[in-house]
Design a protein around this ligand. Structure first.
Ligand code: SF4
Length: 323
């Protein structure tokens, strides 16, 4: 079925990461999570202690590699599974867990170069905190960006400083903008993470975050649903009844509203959370990810809208519709 949206070959009405990769590389590209175990300045006391209220002790992902193994061993383990699933596929080493620019710049550059040299690697994804980017780090990442398809992922979560403070993020939107400017000055492509359902935020605040971030010069955005995970500060807040989690239909509506406010050119890397199912406290409906994603597709089709739809009133911005 031909799609109605410019950056889609199917029923998707948003610019998916898989569509982008297919157009750019012409075949399956998958990410290989690697774990450097560099820790996080918001856990070790450099910026804060205890970490972000929603972050589990695993600090950054359930699919991260085993840091006790070398980069190459971690890579081989995942590749063995992926290559069976997608023979001939290409891959992107993905430093996902923790803050992956929190360390010595020269050493990091060596490690990232080793990752670029891994078999069939066509790019690199590096997740970090904005306050782990300084001029040296940005220049180092700029050097890598000139040699490979590099994406640096910055966890912002919200543009509202009062929410970030309540979540013990220990950095502000201004801190994020400093890193954004340093990295863009080096030509580094950015992926920005935002979270829907943070305590104290209403629909308008969530739309404001998506619209504000979408208006920046970014390559990609990842939209997450707030998960309450066992053993986190957020779980205690939830047990005390300090906030409620979003309902499925409510979340689908908010995401569709956000997509309509994000320029069609921005690649959408994620539209819901991917928390550890065994650690999940709420919302339990989020375990059925397929239903959430189908719900988003159906809601955009019902509305007859697509990513960037509400920006067309301003004129001059790509509406995303196929001509
Ligand atoms: S910055 Fe990331 S790794 Fe560090 S505590 Fe927050 S969510 Fe966890």
């Amino acid at each position: 079925m031909a799609g109605v949206f410019r950056y889609s070959d199917d029923n998707k009405r948003f610019h998916s990461y898989s569509y982008y990769l297919k157009k750019r590389f012409g075949r399956k590209v998958y990410k290989v999570p690697l774990n450097l175990d560099l820790g996080c300045p918001n856990r070790d006391g450099t910026k804060g202690v205890g970490g972000c209220a929603f972050c589990s002790a695993k600090a950054g992902g359930d699919f991260a590699g085993d840091p006790m193994k070398s980069l190459e061993e971690q890579f081989d383990g995942v590749r063995a599974v992926m290559a069976g699933k997608w023979p001939g596929g290409l891959c992107i080493p993905y430093f996902q867990a923790g803050s992956n620019t929190y360390g010595d710049t020269e050493l990091l550059e060596t490690v990232f170069e080793r990752a670029m040299a891994l078999d069939n690697a066509v790019g690199l994804s590096i997740a970090t905190r904005a306050d782990c980017i300084d001029k040296d780090k940005a220049e180092m990442l700029g050097r890598l960006a000139r040699r490979t398809f590099l994406t640096v992922e910055l966890g912002l979560q919200t543009v509202h400083d009062e929410t970030a403070a309540a979540m013990n993020r220990c950095h502000t939107y201004r801190d994020f903008l400093k890193a954004y400017e340093l990295l863009r000055a080096q030509g580094v492509d950015l992926c920005v993470h935002i979270i829907n359902g943070l305590p104290g935020e209403d629909r308008e605040m969530m739309l404001c975050t998506a619209e504000t971030v979408g208006a920046l010069d970014i390559f990609e955005m990842k939209i997450h649903l707030l998960h309450v995970l066992k053993g986190t500060a957020l779980e205690k807040m939830y047990e005390r009844g300090e906030f409620r989690t979003l309902e499925r239909e409510e979340y689908i509506g908010i995401v569709c509203d956000q997509l309509e406010l994000i320029p069609a050119e921005v690649v959408i890397g994620r539209l819901t959370g991917d928390g550890d199912r065994t650690e999940l406290v709420a919302p339990m409906w989020s375990r059925d990810k397929r239903r959430v994603l189908n719900g988003i597709d159906m809601e955009l089709a019902r509305r007859g809208t697509w990513q960037g739809f509400r920006l067309c009133q301003g004129g001059g911005i790509d509406k995303g519709q196929k001509m």
